[in-house]
Design a protein around this ligand. Structure first.
Ligand code: 3PG
Length: 212
């Protein structure tokens, strides 16, 4: 888990992908890599997620893949067997977290209340996803929640974009941000991979400026 968190922290931005056709997976990964982000959270919101993870992991051994929107133990197994390195979920499902812990699958569950943070801590987790970030109170809420839980760190996702990325990343309790702004679903289905590469490059430039 520690190695994973270091890698996510270093990466800084995790593109959150919804992919309808697994044929788009490799060109998408290539665009992300060329833009400077060799990583993605491929969400299980579509039936193509598992095949997309498998295709990317077979093609690029250096591409770092998380499986997102994982709502069941079966999906966690499918994702890890396909080549994912970690599991992300929008909320905290104790059954799924316990299962992943037992199988040794790194998991980053979503939380947005103090009670959920405490449930995560009691399951042995301190690196969490804060979802849906903007709708749940944004940076202000993260700062308020980080005050009592000094060891907990958050990866805000949901409404993060170029306009608020700096506010989130400058927050001490934030280790990375997730977002779909550089991988809009319509650009994936439309095959606009050059634009995805450009948006990714722009995000990476911004990240460098913020961290300089
Ligand atoms: C997620 O699942 O993490 C979010 O839906 C991504 O949020 P965004 O599309 O607002 O970036």
């Amino acid at each position: 888990m520690e190695e994973l968190i270091n890698k996510i922290t270093q990466t800084g931005i995790i593109p959150v992908v919804k992919i309808d056709n697994s044929e788009d997976a490799v060109p998408l990964a290539e665009a992300l890599k060329n833009g400077g982000l060799a990583c993605a959270e491929i969400t299980f919101r579509t039936a193509a997620a598992e095949a997309a993870i498998r295709k990317i992991s077979e093609k690029y051994s250096d591409f770092f893949i998380g499986a997102g929107t994982v709502l069941s133990c079966e999906q966690a197994d499918a994702a890890m067997n396909a080549g994912a390195s970690f599991i992300v979920s929008p909320g905290l499902n104790p059954d799924v977290v316990k299962y992943c812990n037992q199988k040794g699958y790194p998991i980053i569950p979503g939380v947005c209340t103090p009670s959920e943070v405490e449930a995560a801590i009691s399951l042995g987790l301190t690196y969490l996803k804060f979802f849906p970030a903007e709708a749940a109170g944004g940076v202000k809420m993260i700062k308020a929640m980080a005050a009592p839980y000094t060891k907990v760190r958050f990866m805000p996702t949901g409404g993060v974009c170029v306009n608020n990325l700096a506010d989130y990343l400058n927050c001490k309790a934030v280790y990375a941000c997730g977002g779909s702004w550089m991988v809009p679903a319509d650009k994936i289905t439309g095959g606009n991979f050059d634009e995805i590469e450009q948006l990714t490059r722009q995000a990476v430039e911004l990240l460098k400026e913020i961290r300089a």
